[in-house]
Design a protein around this ligand. Structure first.
Ligand code: SAM
Length: 188
C-alpha cells in the first residue's frame, strides 16, 4: 500500500496521511506549484485535495504541471479525492486566492478515454491526457447544494432533473463540488 497524501492540509491534518502545506504546521512544508514534487514515481495510493485545487495553477502550464505530478507519483489504481467551491458560488468568486475554477470538464480533459472519443467525433475539446501522457478517470461527481434547493429536493418540489438547468443558470445553487478520480496506468 502506497503513501496517503493530504495536500494543502491547512488546519485539518488527517490521521494516517502525510499532511502537506506550503504554510503552517504541516508534516511537510512544500509548494505544490514547484516541480518535481518530493515523492518517487508510483509511490502514492491516495490523495486528498480538500479546497486546495482552486488555489493552484493560475497559469494553464502550472495547473497541467500539478495534474502531471499527481499522475507521476500515484500508483496504478490510486484514488484522488477533490473538493472545490462551486465556481458560480460567492465562496469561490469572493476569494482572490481562488485562481482556478474546477468543473467536471476540467478533469475530463485529462481522461484518455474521453480524449479518444472526442478525437473520433472531431470535437474541439483539448485532449490534455493525450498531449501530456496522463490518464485520470472521473469516477463520480457530487454537488453539495445550498438552501432552499436541499429542502425542495427532499420535499419533492424539485426533482433531480430540475437541478442541472438551475446549476447552469444561477449562482449559489451549489456551494461545493466533490470529485473522485482514479489513476489509470498500464497495470490498473
Ligand atoms: C482553503 S485551505 C484548505 C485547507 C484544508 N484542506 C481544509 O480542508 O481545511 C487551502 C490550503 O491550501 C494551501 N495552499 C495553497 N497554495 C498552496 C501551494 N502552492 N502549495 C501547498 N499548499 C498550498 C494553503 O496554505 C491552505 O492551507
Amino acid at each position: 500500500m502506497g503513501l496517503k497524501l493530504n495536500l494543502g492540509c491547512g488546519q485539518n491534518p488527517l490521521d494516517g496521511y502525510l499532511n502537506v502545506d506550503k504554510y503552517g504546521e504541516a508534516d511537510l512544508n512544500c509548494d505544490l506549484e514547484v516541480f518535481p514534487w518530493p515523492w518517487p514515481d508510483n509511490s502514492v495510493s491516495e490523495i486528498q485535495l480538500i479546497h486546495v485545487l482552486e488555489h493552484l495553477g493560475a497559469s494553464a502550464q502550472t495547473f497541467i504541471g500539478v495534474m502531471k505530478e499527481m499522475y507521476r507519483v500515484c500508483e496504478a489504481g490510486a484514488m484522488i479525492h477533490i473538493a472545490v467551491p462551486h465556481p458560480r458560488h460567492d465562496n469561490f468568486i469572493g476569494d482572490p486566492t481562488h485562481v482556478r475554477p474546477v468543473v467536471p470538464m476540467t478533469l475530463q480533459l485529462f481522461s484518455r478515454r474521453s480524449n479518444l472519443e472526442w478525437q473520433r467525433m472531431k470535437a474541439a475539446n483539448s485532449p490534455l491526457a493525450l498531449y501530456h501522457g496522463v490518464d485520470f478517470e472521473l469516477i463520480d461527481t457530487t454537488y453539495i447544494l445550498e438552501e432552499p434547493y436541499v429542502s425542495d429536493l427532499r420535499s419533492g418540489k424539485l426533482s433531480g432533473d430540475d437541478l442541472e438547468p438551475l446549476l447552469r443558470k444561477y449562482n449559489n445553487v451549489a456551494s461545493e463540488i466533490r470529485f473522485r478520480l482514479k489513476v489509470l496506468k498500464d497495470s490498473s
